[in-house]
Design a protein around this ligand. Structure first.
Ligand code: NDP
Length: 470
């Protein structure tokens, strides 16, 4: 890569005092650029700078912060091709999907700019006025994953800034460049210290969660890391929003039309090579349609053009990192040994890069690792059922509870079933769509708190009751 990147601390671009680390292009398996590595001291400097900036940022007129978010959206849009190329280089997804990610980042920034924090009048009588206001929490630490790195950074940063907080973000060390660039762009708009970015391998995230100057942590990533963050947050009672793993189930009812639902199911499961928190990760299909639907899904999988994301016409990129690829391989191998049938794919491709074809696995049930554990990659287990109550029981028999879906023509029946799924979002005839005006979050081990919409914005605030004795 031609250009180099710096940390953003207090509005300054600075090198990492710990040197640099290599970032791998998953399409080649080789390093393509060096990323600055921050020391814990630099993380503390970023938090201190955010704390200083918070003093005035929180009191800025609401309309000014709104206008700045709109200006940031313009900046992202004006630099979309550079950002999309960075996302493809470090994350692996096809360029068109990276362009979609940048477009979503722009749309989310604009939608967040348009949100407002309401003041609720609880009582207004002759003797009393009681209002519920919301105040920003302070410095927000944001820790993001490698699957949708730019979009998730925007999901964390924009509501934090909109509601009057300042931010220190630490992107995944596997995909740091797009976020470093994003924060550079944000810094062209906001005062110094309002948005800071520190990058580094192991320990950089912990330096944020351990810092008493951070009042809230917003985290998207794995459940074990979420648990670690929750423990670290206890010392100064940091507020938390945890968006953790999912193992979303879909139930196809007997009245669904396989020809209609198959392409949508495929897209729901394999978007971003299956590396999406709210992807469809287990599919329960009535035995009357089981073989037909499995074959349709396998056929769509065989039609994908697999290759490097920057290559024209590619529809399916690599898995982002070798650990994730090894997990997918291990889960498919285990399923094979348990007697499951791999209908297509099922082995990594030879050559450099972390390529694994879209894989459909049939003839298995709950109790097999591929069904019980989150695969977070390009493989979908399809499980037959005879009785819909059994399908519902199997769908709910999982520690995760991010999303779930029901597919069928009778919407009343589908809706009644969907509302019995133990998860934060229940889709009907769709799966995984998230929208900037709709709160999104998990139940059970998938985390707590919501993102997006007014409810998501309020997560970056503390309620303050103003009680006036007239
Ligand atoms: P992690 O949860 O390990 O990493 C996510 C982010 O947290 C990264 O920025 C990481 O930094 C940081 N981090 C790691 N450990 C700590 C810690 N103790 N304290 C603070 N921050 C920390 O996810 P992985 O990338 O390892 O992916 C593993 C699994 O997580 C996947 O298999 C998938 O199941 C799930 N996942 C879920 C996602 C979702 O959208 N819900 C997204 C990505 C993964 P660093 O880069 O230095 O490791």
């Amino acid at each position: 890569m031609e250009r180099s990147f710096s940390l953003s601390i207090g509005g300054q671009s600075v090198p990492g005092d710990r040197g640099t680390f290599a970032v791998i292009n998953p399409a080649t398996g080789e390093s393509f650029a060096e990323c600055p590595a921050a020391t814990p001291d630099q993380v503390n400097q970023a938090v201190a700078a955010a704390g200083v900036a918070f003093r005035s940022w929180q009191h800025l007129a609401d309309g000014e912060r709104q206008a700045m978010l709109e200006a940031i959206a313009e900046k992202i849009e004006a630099n979309s091709e550079e950002l999309a190329t960075l996302v493809t280089l470090e994350q692996g997804k096809p360029l068109d999907l990276a362009r979609f990610e940048v477009g979503a980042a722009v749309a989310w920034t604009r939608a967040t700019a348009a949100l407002a924090i309401p003041v609720k009048v609880i009582e207004d009588t002759a003797h009393k006025l009681i209002e519920l206001h919301h105040r920003p929490v302070g410095v927000v630490g944001s820790i993001t994953p490698w699957n949708w790195p730019l979009m998730i950074a925007v999901w964390h940063i924009m509501p934090a800034l909109r509601s009057g907080n300042t931010v220190v973000i630490k992107p995944s060390s596997l995909t740091p460049f797009n976020t470093l660039r994003l924060v550079e762009l944000i810094n062209e708009v906001v005062p110094p210290g309002v948005a800071n970015c520190v990058t580094g391998e192991g320990g950089t995230g912990r330096a944020i969660t351990a810092n008493p100057g951070v009042q809230k942590v917003v985290f998207t990533g794995s459940t074990p890391t979420g648990q670690d963050i929750m423990r670290a947050a206890a010392d100064n009672l940091k507020r938390l929003t945890l968006e953790l793993g999912g193992n979303d189930a879909g139930i196809v009812l007997p009245d669904a039309d396989p020809a209609v639902v198959a392409p949508k199911l495929f897209q729901s499961a394999f978007l971003n090579m299956g590396q999406t928190c709210a992807a469809l990760k287990r599919l329960y299909v009535h035995e009357s349609q089981y073989d037909d639907l499995c074959e349709r899904l396998a056929q769509i999988a065989r039609e994908q053009k697999i290759g490097p994301g920057l290559e024209a016409g590619v529809t399916f990129g690599p898995v982002q990192n070798p650990e994730q690829l090894a997990l997918v391989e291990a889960l498919v191998e285990d399923a094979r040994q348990q007697g499951a049938k791999v209908l297509c794919g099922g082995a990594r491709l030879n050559g450099s890069g972390y390529f694994y074809p879209p894989t459909i696995v049939a003839g298995l049930s709950n109790g097999v690792r591929l069904v019980d554990e989150e695969q977070f990659g390009p493989v979908l287990p399809v499980i037959p059922y005879a009785d819909v109550e059994d399908a519902l029981r199997m769908a709910n028999d999982n520690p995760n509870g991010l999303g779930g879906s029901v597919w069928g023509k009778d919407l009343t029946r589908a809706r009644a079933l969907a509302q019995r799924l133990e998860c934060g979002t229940a889709w009907i005839n769709g799966h995984g769509e998230v929208l900037p005006h709709c709160p999104f979050g998990g139940h059970k081990m998938s985390g707590f708190g919501v993102e997006f919409g007014e409810e998501g914005l309020l997560e970056y605030t503390n309620p303050q009751l103003v009680h006036v004795c007239k």
